[in-house]
Design a protein around this ligand. Sequence first.
Ligand code: 5GP
Length: 192
Amino acid sequence: MKELEDRIRRDGTVKPGNVLKVDAFLNHQCDVALFDRMGAEWAELFAGRQVDKILTIEASGIGIACCAARHFGNAPVVFAKKTRSINLDGEQYVTRIYSFTKQREFPVIVAKRFLSAGEHVLLIDDFLANGKAMHGLIEICDKAGAVIEGIGIAVEKGFQCGGKELREAGYDVESLAIVNSMDASAGTIEFA
Ligand code: 5GP
């Protein structure tokens, strides 16, 4: 998606440790008009797929998933939680993932009543790096017996293994921007 690539070039910054910072429009401040066009793009890419529900993970997946849902017949959006709270009651699907940016393990929790066997689910997230977050969501869908129709990613870092592994495993992964390489010292970003 050229608009997203241009925006990353304009407002993104490359940090040491292979981290792309896009907090000016995606991870902190949110450009909802851009999110809406990203949703329209995923709707085209996943045209013909049955999407009963969109599943994402807090926090940065929530905004893009909600905007995308408008293009998938207002499918409900469920976001996996990373912390336990008294508001999270009833039976739950739980797994653990290692967070690339926070560099520690987190639980990933979805209430059983919001994900059911036979539901067709589109997974959405802001970034795909080593695929830990996606594998966590896939595990939760497998536990629930939900059917994964596809995986929509805003920014895939193609030089990390997540996208390759998921595609090899047979998942339909559609990334709106794929970064082939980036250099923190020169500040350069190359797209696929
Ligand atoms: P993975 O689980 O695929 O290794 O990493 C994806 C998750 O880590 C995403 O949910 C995202 O929040 C975060 N992440 C990974 N790489 C980056 C990055 O370069 N920039 C930002 N802002 N987040 C990232």
